[in-house]
Design a protein around this ligand. Structure first.
Ligand code: FE2
Ligand code: FE2
Length: 238
């Protein structure tokens, strides 16, 4: 198979996603740029099928389309979004952070990237606690799973989905980094992989935010309205 005769440098040069697949197998591309993949696999006892499978898996586009997601219920959409959060925090960001840590120079990026990661993680936890938490409560009320729905709504009276949505529409955490990486014009492969990973992450984050803005919030706002109307009717009857 041709790929096993190629150097690590030329494999990653062809497709930067392969740098992540290699890292997953225990091969950091920047440590062995001139070695052939076949040799490294032999030394490390890696089975060829396993290597090819890893390339294939990392190269696949695993995201769901807007229209597919739109058909799901709110709890499933939240589960999907949580899963994406998890892969951002546990896989994608640590991988890019490690690439940046091993890079020579670019001290400004080395300084601001960890700050971005910290802020990003904070945003995600806040979103899960506040937005997802509140929507879960609405779903429970709607399905008659709350003993005192009016009381639960009263407790959450200070939360406004409308303003959460507005705030969310204006968020753009990656702005600083996005601008910074475009100021470097390096052709070095290590830098190219980092820049491509950050751009790909940026696109993924935008897509993720769009799912929240165009599917999650509108559906949740609709549910909030119908839950409030239902409860109002019940209290008028009493
Ligand atoms: Fe999110
Ligand atoms: Fe978000």
């Amino acid at each position: 198979m041709r790929v096993f005769n190629q150097t690590i440098h030329s494999i990653v040069d062809e497709n930067f996603i392969y740098a992540r697949a290699l890292s997953h197998l225990g091969i950091e591309f920047y440590l062995h740029p001139h070695r052939r993949l076949g040799e490294l696999c032999e030394e490390m006892g890696l089975v060829k099928e396993q290597v090819l499978k890893s390339f294939y898996l990392f190269d696949q586009n695993q995201r769901l389309s807007f229209s597919e997601l739109n058909k799901f219920s709110l709890p499933i959409i939240i589960q999907y979004l949580r899963h994406t959060h998890h892969t951002f925090i546990k896989e994608k960001l640590p991988y890019v952070a490690e690439l940046i840590r091993h890079l020579k120079g670019k001290d400004d990026l080395k300084l601001i990237f960890p700050e971005f990661v910290e802020e990003f993680i904070h945003h995600i936890y806040e979103e899960e606690d506040t937005v997802f938490g509140y929507i879960h409560q609405l779903v429970k009320i709607d399905r008659g799973m709350m003993k005192n729905p009016a009381g639960a709504l009263w407790e959450a009276r200070k939360l406004s989905l409308e303003s959460m949505h507005q705030e969310h529409l204006e968020e753009d955490e990656l702005a600083g980094i996005r601008d910074l990486i475009e100021t470097y014009h390096d052709t070095d492969l290590h830098w190219q992989v980092i820049a491509k990973e950050i751009r790909a992450f940026d696109r993924e984050m935008m897509y993720h935010a769009q799912i929240e803005n165009k599917i999650l919030f509108p559906k949740a706002l609709q549910l909030e309205l119908s839950v409030k109307e239902k409860i109002q009717k019940i209290s008028q009857l009493n």
